[in-house]
Design a protein around this ligand. Structure first.
Ligand code: SAH
Ligand code: SF4
Ligand code: F3S
Length: 451
């Protein structure tokens, strides 16, 4: 067997893609390794969303180059491939900056990796493929899927037609594409057969999903979710990332009616200021978002909401930022991701006058203080409650297991090591900054015995 090491940066879509690259290379004799040192092939699956994310790739490539040279001294080889969104955005530039790179392959063409590997072992030099044959990709990826536990990602939609003025995704992932319903259903059944209980449907604009159904109609995400919820073994469904513009009535209704659809929704707002939302080309106002949250909460009152925020977008005044703070207070989030605006080459906002770094840093700190307080408040409100946890892996202590609540909080419980892959009711006993501690309902508090 040859050893393959894949390092994944960026979003869950990249996590899914990395797993599919491993599936693709298994028939070529590659088995996954834990680190790059002994690997015959290393793939960096990269992210271009912010400057820091892209910079990490080049520093990692510097280290890999040394390993490759070290191996060459003993007659061994190491193939280095750069995949993902930096590969798409920077293409041949990567090889110019780091000549140790053998293959550059974009997020829509990685199904051609076997061909690219064959090509560079025949010819000297580098191989580059950054085309956008997204439909071909999904049609040719292997049917065989390796699963790593009771939860799995499943890409249903890719690409973005929204062109927010700060964002590289429409350029790196291409136009919106939805996989056909039957193809997704087949993949979900495979996952269920292998013991997966929870699937997270992925898309850069997942709720813009509009895939061909067997009935000749275009199916919405809500209709797809109802279909997948009927698969034996699939007990939990999540989806991410949604755009507020695409949150249709039927999807809101699914949150009310579909038991398997978990009460957690990541619904990025980015800013609470109408002026900034407009400059970002978000295509919704602050009020649209607040009304939407009201409708979602009317359908599913206990839903946990999460969002992405950008502070320091060009032109953001103290007043605009105050609008964001006010929106956060009004909504109340259970979790969040927040970032300083990072100018990205080729995007419209990058050429505008930039906000000073220290202003961005101060705003981010203020926003995060509020958001973390809300997260703590949400977690604390769970104390003493009983909820179902899907146990995914063993914890650090003997007999401990870690899983997720319906609201996506990490939960650990003692005496639960034998319950991996099961959905079990637990009582939340204490709250930590990033996780909850729970007790199995059928184990008394004083239980000593490990399991
Ligand atoms: N499709 C998702 C976003 C994908 S990118 C959506 O529409 O919400 C994930 C997050 O990264 C974005 O929501 C945004 O908050 C952040 N982001 C994107 N571009 C950025 C940039 N140039 N600077 C800082 N944060 C950015
Ligand atoms: Fe980027 Fe906007 Fe598309 Fe999300 S909707 S991927 S933020 S362009
Ligand atoms: Fe990054 Fe590409 Fe995902 S830029 S966030 S890896 S779509």
């Amino acid at each position: 067997m040859k050893k393959l090491f894949i390092k994944t940066y960026g979003c869950q879509m990249n996590v899914y893609d990395s797993a599919r690259m491993a599936d693709l290379l298994t028939p070529l004799g590659y088995a996954l390794a834990d680190g790059p040192e002994a690997a015959d092939m290393v793939i960096l699956n990269t992210c271009h969303i912010r400057e820091k994310a892209a910079d990490k790739v080049y520093s990692e490539l510097g280290k890999l180059r040394e390993m490759k040279e070290e191996k060459a001294r003993t007659g061994d080889k190491m193939l280095i491939a750069v995949a993902g969104c930096v590969a798409q955005a920077e293409g041949a530039e990567i090889v110019k900056r780091q000549s140790a790179v053998d293959i550059v392959v974009g997020p829509q063409s990685y199904h051609r990796l076997p061909e690219l590997i064959a090509r560079i072992s025949r010819e000297k030099g580098h191989a580059l493929d950054t085309d956008f044959p997204v439909e071909e990709k999904f049609d040719t990826l292997p049917e065989e899927i390796a699963v790593g536990g009771p939860t799995a990602f499943l890409t249903v939609q890719e690409g973005c037609d929204k062109f927010c003025t700060f964002c590289v995704v429409p350029y790196t992932r291409g136009a919106e594409y939805s996989r056909p319903v039957a193809q997704i259903e087949r993949e979900a059944r495979k996952l269920a057969d292998k013991g997966v209980r929870e699937i997270t449907l992925l898309g850069q604009n997942v709720n813009a999903y509009s895939g061909d159904g067997a009935d000749g109609e275009a199916w919405s995400l809500a209709k797809l979710i109802r279909k997948l919820a009927a698969i034996e073994g699939i007990d939990r469904i999540r989806y991410t990332t949604s755009h507020p513009r695409d949150m249709g009535d039927d999807l809101i209704a699914a949150h009310r009616d579909v038991e398997a659809l978990m009460p957690y929704l990541h619904l990025p707002v980015q800013s609470g200021s109408n002026r900034i939302l407009d400059a970002m080309n978000r295509q919704h106002t602050r009020d649209d978002y607040l009304r939407l949250v009201e409708r979602i909460r009317a359908a599913r009152p206990d839903i946990a909401l999460s969002s992405d925020f950008i502070v320091g977008f060009p032109g953001e005044t103290d007043e605009d930022f105050a609008d964001t703070m006010a929106l956060v207070r009004e909504v109340g989030y259970a979790s969040h991701f927040s970032f300083k605006y990072s100018p990205r080459p080729g995007t419209p906002a990058a050429t505008q006058k930039q906000i000073p770094e220290e202003v961005k840093a101060a705003r981010l700190e203020e926003l995060q203080t509020l958001l973390f307080a809300q997260q703590r408040a949400f977690n604390t409100s769970c104390e003493g409650k009983t909820m179902d946890v899907l146990f995914e892996k063993k914890g650090r202590q003997a007999g401990q297991a870690i899983g997720r609540s319906p609201f996506l909080q990490p939960v650990h419980a003692d005496h639960a090591g034998h319950l991996l892959g099961q959905i079990v009711p637990v009582k939340i006993e204490s709250v930590f900054p990033n996780s909850l501690s729970a007790r199995l309902l059928n184990v008394p508090c004083t239980a000593e015995a490990g399991s």
